[in-house]
Design a protein around this ligand. Structure first.
Ligand code: NZQ
Ligand code: ZN
Length: 385
């Protein structure tokens, strides 16, 4: 097992009605709050009103309209508000896009240049305003991690940045906020959670037994509860388990003692950078094609381990077992209603070479579980058509 740092300091308030703790969670940081949210879902479900009521003793400034695949233009607006009003803490209420934008805004508040610099050069991130989140979508794990992914549509770049100080001080995770999610987002969010687990599970370090068993348990939770949440959107048990899976899948827990570059995420980020697609949908499409592409004598054992421990496959032949596990993964995404080809999203092969070049460069795919070249990425993308 590799050495690792696991420093989980986010104060998680999990369960129905935890929003009541919001004033207490923000109070240590000051009175001037920037409330960051998306395109209006929190107005429709009454959360916006509730937050403002709870924060009646605070001075709340608002940045609304943060887009899915958050854009640097929204971040710039947020940074401007922070500087103009002397904001003391950033409160993100929404999904991963809102939280990610809030993180870079919180870093940009103390940075003199363009906040895009903080995306392309994480080393430039200095002091960061405290961040508190209220999660409304189970997917990214941003509620308890150090990452932020921001898009620049002028340059067709979607890039991840990170800082230890981006880790939220506190996150309110109330599963009832997931009840209003459209099926498409529930399914895409689950595919994202599963992809985070796959990216960490399929790595070359073989001795991180505990991390892999955690990952398998979380994968089983996704497989069990996503169909229930799709069938019964207000099923508390299903929403709660998906929400906690989201947090645990990307807070460092399942990568302890492991390492190596990710594969599907850099490829998906290129699809989003050019076509602005839903992150989890892109991952669901790429994942089974990536699995099949890298299945070989070295990897077959790991795929079979996944098949046996997650899908309860008992087939003794290793290759058959591995293929059954890959097919089961693809069928699961499809049964959750996710479109499973790029063609269905209106994407053709015209930008594959460009995207492959950038995925390999930005994603460091030479260090992935199975190292990939530009040609490999083009082949995987072709299989997604
Ligand atoms: O904008 P609003 O109106 O709020 O609507 C959102 C948005 O349209 C809607 N939504 C969210 N909660 C809702 C709701 N609708 C009804 N009821 C609710 N309770 O869902 C739509 C998608 O929201 P978004 O925040 O974009 O989704 P998600 O949480 O999947 O975040 C995706 C972004 O996170 C990045 C992705 O690349 C993408 O940009 N990622 C961030 C990571 C991280 N910080 O660690 C890691 C991930 O791998 C990922 O790359
Ligand atoms: Zn993801």
């Amino acid at each position: 097992m590799n050495h690792f740092r696991f420093h989980a300091y986010t104060d998680i308030r999990f369960g129905e009605g935890q929003i009541g703790a919001l004033p207490e969670l923000l109070a240590p940081y000051g009175k001037k709050i920037l409330l960051v949210y998306g395109g209006g879902s929190i107005k429709k479900n009454g959360l916006h009103r509730q937050v403002l009521k709870l924060l009646s003793d605070f001075s709340v400034y608002e940045l609304s309209g943060v887009e899915p695949n958050p854009k640097i233009t929204s971040v710039r607006e947020g940074v401007k508000l922070c500087k103009e009003h002397g904001i003391e803490a950033v409160l993100a209420v929404g999904g991963g896009s809102v939280i990610d934008a809030a993180k870079v805004i919180a870093g940009g508040a103390f940075y003199d240049g363009d906040p895009w610099d903080l995306v392309i050069s994480p080393a430039k991130i200095g002091t960061v305003l405290p961040i508190v989140t209220v999660l409304t979508l189970a997917a990214t794990g941003s509620e308890m991690n150090k990452n932020a992914v921001i898009s620049n549509m002028e340059t067709n770049e979607k890039l991840g940045t990170a800082s230890h100080d981006f880790i939220p001080k506190a996150s309110i995770c109330d599963p009832t906020y997931l009840y209003t999610l459209p099926s498409r987002q529930t399914a895409a969010g689950t595919a994202d959670i599963m992809s985070h687990l796959f990216e960490q599970y399929f790595q070359n370090e073989k001795r991180a037994f505990i991390s892999d068993r955690f990952a398998e348990g979380l994968l089983k939770a996704c497989i069990k509860y996503c169909p229930i949440a799709l069938e019964e959107p207000a099923n508390y048990e299903a929403r709660a388990n998906l929400m906690w899976a989201s947090t645990q899948a990307l807070n460092g827990l399942t990568s302890c003692g492991k390492g190596g570059a990710w594969t599907c995420h850099p490829i998906e980020h290129e699809l989003s950078a050019y076509y602005d697609i839903t992150h989890g949908v892109g991952l669901a499409i790429v994942t089974p094609r990536w699995f099949r592409y890298i299945l070989n004598d070295e990897t077959v054992g790991k795929f079979c381990e996944y098949g046996r421990n997650v899908w309860s496959i008992t087939e003794p032949d290793a290759y058959k077992c591995a293929n059954m596990a890959i097919d089961a993964t693809e069928e699961f995404f499809s049964e959750c209603g996710i479109p499973m080809t790029l063609t269905e999203l209106g994407i053709d092969d015209s930008k594959f070479a460009l995207m492959a070049e950038k995925a390999v460069r930005f994603g460091g795919l030479a260090n992935a579980y199975v190292p990939l070249t530009e040609e490999d990425v083009v082949n995987i993308l072709k299989a997604c058509l």
